[in-house]
Design a protein around this ligand. Structure first.
Ligand code: OAD
Length: 252
């Protein structure tokens, strides 16, 4: 009850959600903020404060200094492994049990949606939990991490790199095609915790809206999408989403 007093959800949105056959939820770093994973545009702390992500998450940075880039990803993976899914991740698991067809599209590479139990997750920007060979493309779920040797491909011996999308790189084709198809076919598109400026992910809400879907945005700050959305729910994902689910399916 206390939560519901703080968060106000427009009744028409609750009705749309309840009635929707196909829902797409797109998340960004903000959904993991309450798990203690810093968002991309937050200042980095500690050891890494003198680098900007844009200087580390590029093919050029890896070409120049693969050790530096691997050390950064090792630090990020450690941080994510210690983190736990939060109330927002859990609310989206709940939503999946109620909606006829729900597609969760995430720009996050932290794997927290899957760890929370979401099943239909499209990871647009890859995953920290995988590496892939920069030469032959072979993927690896495990690799040795030592300070001495960089991880190498077990097939061809070339360097492994994190299996994530870096600045200036194309998104995995199957992932963006599936996400676009889901956006084009949905009744309701919910955008949660993303600054909405990195394309092509940032274009998906417009695709959905242009073909008639209801667009809703959850974010403590305004974003380009919140300005055109049918509903803007200002607030933290972990506060807003549980109330939205509770109001849509009170018996559950
Ligand atoms: P950003 O760091 O750009 O934006 C995080 C968003 O989350 C901001 O709009 C915040 O206002 C919002 N936010 C912060 N705390 C929140 C909370 N508790 N609940 C809800 N929202 C909150 O992260 P992304 O939008 O995910 O791409 O960034 C998109 C992409 O840009 C990343 O995937 C990454 C980066 O370049 C690649 O690495 C290819």
């Amino acid at each position: 009850m206390a939560l519901e007093k703080q968060v106000s959800i427009p009744a028409p949105l609750v009705n749309w959600l309840r009635a929707a056959e196909r829902v797409v939820v797109m998340t960004g770093a903000g959904v993991s903020a309450e798990s203690g994973v810093p968002t991309f545009r937050d200042a980095q702390t500690g050891l890494w404060s003198r680098y900007r992500p844009e200087e580390l998450a590029t093919p050029e940075a890896f070409g120049r200094d693969p050790r530096l880039v691997w050390d950064w990803y090792r630090w990020r993976r450690d941080l994510v492994q210690k983190a736990e899914p939060n109330a927002a991740h859990h609310a989206l698991v709940q939503m999946e049990t109620h909606v006829h067809q729900m597609t969760l599209v995430t720009q996050n590479v932290d794997g927290l949606h899957r760890r929370a139990g979401s099943r239909s997750v499209i990871e647009l920007h890859g995953s920290l939990e995988r590496a892939r060979c920069q030469g032959c493309g072979q993927r690896a779920q495990e690799w040795p991490e030592t300070d001495e040797e960089l991880p190498r491909c077990s097939l061809c011996g070339d360097l492994l790199r994190p299996d994530v999308v870096w600045f200036g790189e194309a998104l995995p084709r199957a992932a963006i095609e599936q996400a676009a198809a889901a956006a084009l076919g949905c009744d309701l598109f919910l955008v949660v915790g993303t600054s909405g400026v990195v394309e092509p992910a940032a274009l998906l809400p417009y695709l959905a809206k242009d073909q008639g879907a209801v667009l809703a945005v959850v974010n403590p700050e305004e974003t380009p999408q919140s300005e055109v959305a049918d509903f803007f729910l200002p607030g933290r994902a972990g506060d807003v989403l549980p109330v939205l689910i509770q109001q849509a399916w009170p018996q559950a």
